[in-house]
Write a protein that binds this ligand. Structure first.
Ligand SMILES: [Zn+2]
Length: 475
């Protein structure tokens, strides 16, 4: 099977003719019946996809009819947040259930590898007899960063989903009779936004201003309001393109019968900025345009529900293990949402902790988000130490809790009312700021304990991976 099985023209035909109706992901089963067995898991990570640009999250454009169809039959977590605002730490959390402060795959652009000391979802399931495969867009989701652990197949034929989905389809066909865990990832929605026709004009409202989305970069002049609207139309066009690719892929899978006992999870590692807080891109802040990600779960036994409580990517590993009924003895920090998904029992909504780090900039950020408040701390001191030498022992990368210093660089938002994070209340609500900083400190202490497991284990990417990152526009 080649990439030619997923031509743009074909997808365009589906788009224009509307011949593909939302497919049924799994047979209709008794909702919440305790004896329903989820045999397989397909985890789809659409890199850089903001939750608020999907129809099932209230977006006004029809960017995601396929994902919306999944959402209407399954569970939509309306307030799901990433543990970081860039690719490696977020995916490492997605696949381990651990904070970036624990797994340590955090620094940009010289990312540390995910240590082998921690069990990935693929490793846990593989040990239980699952067949495991990942078809990814490469770049930061590649062997150099340790995300391959536990996958018997880890393949990258190109950055975009359409380059890898044919192989994924073939792989499922070959392993249909066995239990499997399939991880899919692609960079279509990542900058530069260049959707193929007809997706480039789908949402552009006849724009002909000539702005090149290649120029949508932090170091380029800010586009006019009209040009920015065009940029967003191209981002949205990419989303619709991926959505159609996934519709086609899952339609093919349904023919094999594989979906009847398979749970499908659609999510992302982080969002992207459109000048909400003065900048573009991701990585360098922890505002919600970067941290709020889609989380849709559908499949046999999964209740159709929309959940407002706050959850995180950190919950994916324990939730998947709960759904497939696999015990795991090692500690994970996330919560098992499967009782909620299957039976409607209370969901373990919780605070979400996030972090982003740099090698080249003089600061790093941590945040704690409760349903009501969000505190972002800009930490300077630890960065100066870590900047000394990338080859220093792991301890130098460990965050040091210094309340006195952090509180000088705090932002506090009442996110329950100020979802756009416009009004910084750090000076007005000093007590809240201190309370949240203490909770963040406790989390960091816990992370420091769990991080000891990896010891000195670490690695830096090699020359080929650096080349791949250049191709993605990172370096
Ligand atoms: Zn990413």
């Amino acid at each position: 099977v080649s990439a030619a099985s997923f031509p743009c023209k074909l997808a365009a035909a589906f788009l224009s003719l509307g011949v593909l109706s939302p497919l049924s992901c799994g047979k209709p089963l008794d909702r919440g019946a305790p004896d329903i067995e989820v045999r397989n898991v397909i985890l789809v990570s659409i890199d850089t996809l903001r939750a608020d640009h999907l129809g099932c999250y209230g977006y006004e454009r029809n960017t995601s009819p396929f994902i919306d169809g999944l959402a209407s039959r399954g569970a939509v977590f309306l307030n799901a947040f990433s543990s970081s605002s860039w690719t490696v730490p977020a995916h490492a959390t997605m696949l381990t259930g651990l904070d970036p402060l624990v797994h340590g795959a955090l620094r940009y652009p010289h990312a540390m590898q995910l240590p082998t000391a921690y069990s990935t979802l693929a490793e846990i399931l593989s040990a239980q007899g699952f067949r495991t495969a990942a078809f990814t867009g490469g770049g930061y989701v590649s062997p150099a960063f340790g995300l391959t652990q536990g996958f018997e197949v880890f393949s990258t034929r190109g950055r975009h989903f359409e380059a890898n989905l044919p192989d994924a389809l073939q792989w499922v066909r070959s392993h249909r009779k066995e239990r499997f865990f399939l991880f899919l990832h692609g960079y279509n929605v990542h900058k530069p936004y260049k959707p193929p026709p007809p997706y480039d004009t789908l949402f552009s409202d006849g724009y002909n201003g000539g702005y090149d989305t290649e120029d949508f970069q932090p170091d380029r002049p800010r586009p006019s309001a009209e040009d920015l609207r065009f940029v967003i139309s191209q981002y949205d066009g990419e989303i619709r393109y991926v959505d159609d690719q996934l519709r086609y892929f899952f339609a093919q899978l349904e023919v094999t019968g594989a979906l009847a006992d398979t749970v499908v999870i659609v999510t992302s590692d982080h969002g992207d900025e459109f000048y909400e807080h003065g900048g573009v891109d991701h990585i360098h802040t922890l505002y919600d345009e970067l941290l709020r990600v889609p989380l849709v779960v559908a499949g046999p036994g999964i209740r159709a529900t929309r959940f407002n409580g706050q959850v995180g990517l950190i919950d994916l590993v324990p939730t998947v293990l709960g759904l497939v009924r696999v015990d795991h003895k090692e500690p994970v920090q996330g919560s098992d949402l499967s009782p909620f998904l299957l039976n409607g029992s209370d969901s373990l909504a919780h605070d979400v902790y996030s972090v982003t780090g740099f090698s080249d900039y003089p600061y790093e950020l941590l945040s704690i988000r409760t349903p009501q408040w969000k505190l972002i701390l800009w930490e300077l001191e630890g960065m100066r130490e870590a900047k000394l030498d990338e080859r220093q022992p792991r301890e130098l990368y460990t965050y040091k809790f210094r309340t006195d210093r952090w509180e000088n660089f705090a932002e506090l938002f009442l996110v329950s009312q100020d979802r756009a994070e416009r009004q910084d209340l750090a000076d007005t609500y000093g007590q809240v700021r201190s309370t949240l900083a203490r909770r963040l400190a406790a989390r960091i202490e816990q992370a420091t304990e769990l991080a000891k497991k990896a010891g000195e284990e670490r690695a830096v990417p090699g020359p080929e991976e650096i080349g791949a990152l250049k191709a993605l526009g990172y370096l």
